[in-house]
Design a protein around this ligand. Structure first.
Ligand code: HKL
Ligand code: NA
Length: 146
């Protein structure tokens, strides 16, 4: 579990993400598709697009924005997030058939993109965000299994 202090470090770093949620969300999805090509086939809307088409797709940007907004909602619950995670886990597991490992991949990508885009995202901030995403993924995984 995360301490109150760790959640506050996460939310401080995440405030930078909230200042450009569409830009960061888009960057995260594009990086995920570039670094882990297998993840692209989970998206019927995107899987036949070329890298150039993905880059200029308003749909990718719009989806990235929703993903970031959802994470913002989850992080603001500081661990009391079961009611938010249950529907998300159920749709990703049953409807979209997303392997739980893909959540580990997107977590790594989120930290990478934040490190590139945020000037003062130091070791403490990175460790806290990494830990929060690990809690998020672990708790999603619990609903995957139930
Ligand atoms: N999705 C998230 C979050 C994540 C960082 C973790 C999150 C937050 N999603 O057709 C849809 C597909 C969605 C959604 C609608 C689809 C395919 C898909 N998502 C794939 C993934 C992957 C696989 C690459 C991963 C790792 C991932 C991770 C939030 Fe995800 N996703 C949605 C959403 C929301 C915005 C929507 C659906 C909303 C919902 O399910 O409400 C119950
Ligand atoms: Na979903």
């Amino acid at each position: 579990a995360m301490s109150e202090g760790e959640w506050n470090v996460v939310l401080k770093a995440w405030a930078h993400v909230e200042s450009d949620p569409a830009g960061i969300g888009q960057a995260v999805l594009l990086r995920l598709f570039a670094d882990h090509k297998e993840t692209l086939s989970s998206f019927p809307k995107f899987k036949n697009l070329s890298p150039a088409e993905l880059q200029s797709s308003g749909d990718v940007r719009a989806h990235g924005l929703i993903v970031v907004n959802k994470l913002t909602e989850v992080f603001k619950k500081k661990g009391e997030h079961a009611n938010s995670l249950k529907p998300l886990a159920e749709s990703h597991s049953k409807k979209h058939k997303i392997p739980i490992q893909y959540f580990e991949m997107i977590s790594d990508v989120i930290v990478k993109v934040m490190a590139e885009k945020i000037a003062d995202f130091g070791a403490d901030g990175q460790a806290a965000v990494r830990k929060a995403l690990k809690v998020f993924t672990t708790d999603i995984g619990i609903f995957y299994e139930s």
